[in-house]
Design a protein around this ligand. Sequence first.
Ligand code: LRH
Length: 491
Amino acid sequence: MKRVWAFDIGASNGRLMVNSFDGKYMYLEEIYRFPNFPVQVTNNYYWDILNIYSEMKKAMKKSIYKGFDQIESMGIDTWGVDFGLLSNTGEILCNPYSYRNPRNIEGMERVLDQISSDELFGLTGLEIASINTLFQLYTIKEANPKLLEQAETLLLTPNLLAYLFSGQKYNEFTISSTTQMLSAFDKDWDKNILDRLSLPKDLMAPIVEPYTIAGETLPAINKEMEMDPVKVTYTAGHDTACALAALPLEDDQSIFMSCGTWVLIGVPVDDPVTHANAMKWGFTSEGTMDGYYRLQKNNMGMWLLQQSRLIWEREGITTDYENENRLFMESEPLQSLIDPDHPSFFTPNNMIEAIQQFCRDTNQVVPKTQGEIIRCILESLALKYRWVINHLEILTGKKLKRIHMGGGAIRNQILCQLTANATELKVIAGPIEASSIGNAIGQWIALGEVKNIKEAREVVKRSFPLKEYKPQDSDKWEDKYNYFNENILQG
Ligand code: LRH
């Protein structure tokens, strides 16, 4: 039995899984999980990167202590778009900013004054969103120019962490495809975009393809961990690309949904889709582990519930899943709806008040109890997912037949069932730890233990439980969808 370490670091928590493979079955053991969240300092939000790094080292120690010490390789995946800047001596210059910084909206507007959104979308295939690395960089140039002047290298978050373990400075293809600086044509940095915005042209560390073994852990780490050197592999650095690799999609009528703080919905495609409607409807084309693309839409996911729970916890109200489930069941279905992607939900001070305000502004019943809020969030998410799938069908010209949901948020069985109901499609949920498994798949392919993604998906089907949800109450949802589409999405 061979083993790899898969570090899957999300925007709300990070975890280390040991993935073991005997040539036929894969096994997953969770070693350690730690919270991760953007830290607000006055008007900015930052990632506490050194805390993430030290939690990762703690996780390695725990793995070794548990006897999982013969490790073939380690790989790291994270959320998209964010990055760290290194000085010419290789030190991190500043705590990495979080994509939730409100000031990025201005940075985006300033960029779009110079390069139109149509042109940028055509060059990169990426949705124009204020979170994108390009807009964040431009924001730094305006707000903190000295920082950019000192910066010699930009590494995206998974690659920044890999650098701290291996000393290697590369940006991996899938995570680089979330920046809006990667050319949709040749998978390399579009230096012309940087040049036109007077951003440093050579800032971006070179691109490597997934499945690259970059080197091994530094001697100082080996000494600190009391371990033999471990290979550091560039698996797909983007969590969504990892999740897709692990979802056992059957054919080209299968949809993937990677479900966590965000819910990413899409289908695999050969090339970036830069059709005008893709842009109008907010679709994006990002890289897959096997070097192709995913046509997808980035949607709000558990963020709305996570933020509401913070408020309930502050008020001393229980927020465990069992309790939430019961309160959901006890409240009246389909009473109040929100557009989960409305800007007022992006970084509100109080999520519950923001939801209530949205319902007031759209002349709906204002949800008050915990159960009513949970219903409003989950039913609205499911209806939005239907909207996304309808538009995916138009863009691809295909009738889409089934949904594969993976990621931590599928523990919420209500979300899976509501998605089946609202979309009137069969949902196949699993595996839960899709990103960690995909992360390991990238490493097994790099190590030559698995041939390709197709073979890896067969291993996943054999090794992990999948659960099916069939659509229910179709007529109720049909009516509500029409109402949602006409009245709420404009809201
Ligand atoms: C989900 C995700 C998503 C976006 C966002 C910033 O975790 O990776 O695909 O890139 O984070």
